[in-house]
Design a protein around this ligand. Structure first.
Ligand SMILES: C[S@@+](CC[C@H](N)C(=O)[O-])C[C@H]1O[C@@H](n2cnc3c(N)ncnc32)[C@H](O)[C@@H]1O
Length: 325
């Protein structure tokens, strides 16, 4: 059931399989979904229990198949989960998309050590990143204010990658190229390639990015900012900003089929993307719509969109955000 449709932002309150089945083929540029982690916990806002890992995978299978169908030919998909299901989801996604469509597993640090008794604290969750076509996908590099010098080579002979380019035979010093011909040509065209001591480097203001996302603003504590709070397990805005700006362009359609408190919708809107999303829980849709409309908790209460207990929650969360906890 569609509950919101304004400025190219569409929110549905339904089971995601129903929304997915109603969408045309190849129609969504980017999917991000922070799925059920299968912790077995009953949160205030949703029940995180899909049975055994194998039962969970079978519940996800038709949804992941549909996500692949609706993804545009150069689209990308990010599935956010944690240690409970990430290996199972990796195998499922390899099955559905094909192993060559796997791009990376991103580790997002969610908290500092808490001090458990008999184990190492779990501080990260995983984001499985796939594309529909490994030869054609959107990847916008992020720009830094400082010039960065990055080696375009690595040690070791690698068949087909230790060849001679730009008059440099990388095989001779026992090295190989880290970029393919097309990538090197694009960098050369922009005047970014410099030869230093006989070896190739990229000198540009493109920010080097790893798959360990551990900046302070990526922590869960920062989720209680613009788009956070008022719903269980919100993800920090900065996680969504990085994914959406890297893997889509302005005007593209971004989708989230496990919407929760609507972080993805708000950030997609802020970055001038179109958005389609759904959650089975009406409260998730209400919270999301309030945020999209820029309503404060008190205004939402007056408009009948929030219960008094939710206002109290929101206010304490805002205090936490202000204190920077
Ligand atoms: C981990 S939370 C998402 C939190 C979100 N990333 C945020 O920033 O607030 C998962 C959400 O999936 C929703 N959900 C569970 N099963 C669903 C289904 N079959 N269809 C749609 N939504 C579902 C839950 O109600 C819950 O809000």
């Amino acid at each position: 059931m569609q509950v919101y449709n304004k400025n190219n932002i569409n929110i549905h309150n339904c089971d995601n399989i129903d929304l997915l089945e109603s969408l045309p083929d190849d129609s969504v540029n980017l999917i991000y979904s922070d799925i059920l982690y299968n912790t077995g916990k009953k949160f205030t806002d949703y029940n995180d229990n899909l049975g055994s890992p194998n039962e969970a995978v079978e519940w996800y299978r038709p949804r992941i198949q549909e996500m692949k169908r609706v993804l545009s030919p150069n689209g990308s998909i990010y599935i956010h989960c944690n240690w409970r299901l990430d290996s199972y989801m990796r195998i499922l996604m390899d099955d559905v998309f094909g192993g060559d469509c796997f791009r990376n597993r991103i580790y997002r640090k969610h908290s500092n050590e808490r001090g458990f008794y008999s184990n190492f604290d779990s501080q990260i969750d995983s984001i499985l990143y796939y594309v529909k076509n490994p030869r054609n996908f959107v990847f916008n590099e992020q720009i830094s204010t400082e010039t960065q010098t990055v080696a375009l080579f690595e040690d070791g002979i690698f068949d087909g990658r230790s060849d001679q380019r730009m008059g440099i035979d990388l095989g001779a010093p026992n090295k190989h190229w880290l970029v393919n011909h097309q990538q090197l040509k694009a960098m050369q065209d922009k005047g970014e390639v410099q030869i230093i001591n006989g070896l190739p480097y990229r000198v540009s203001n493109v920010k080097a990015q790893g798959n360990l996302w551990d900046e302070p603003e990526m922590l869960d504590a920062y989720s209680r900012t613009i788009a956070g709070g008022s719903y269980d397990t919100p993800k920090p805005d900065s996680v969504l900003e990085r994914i959406i700006s890297t893997s889509s362009n302005e005007g593209d359609i971004v989708a989230d089929f496990f919407l929760g408190g609507g972080t993805t919708a708000v950030i997609a809107k802020n970055l001038n993307r179109k958005f389609i999303g759904c959650d089975i829980n009406p409260k998730a849709c209400e919270v999301t719509i309030n945020k999209l409309e820029g309503r404060t908790p008190l205004q939402a209460l007056r408009a009948g969109n929030l219960k008094p207990s939710e206002v109290a929650n929101n206010q304490s969360e805002n205090i936490i955000a202000k204190k920077g906890i």
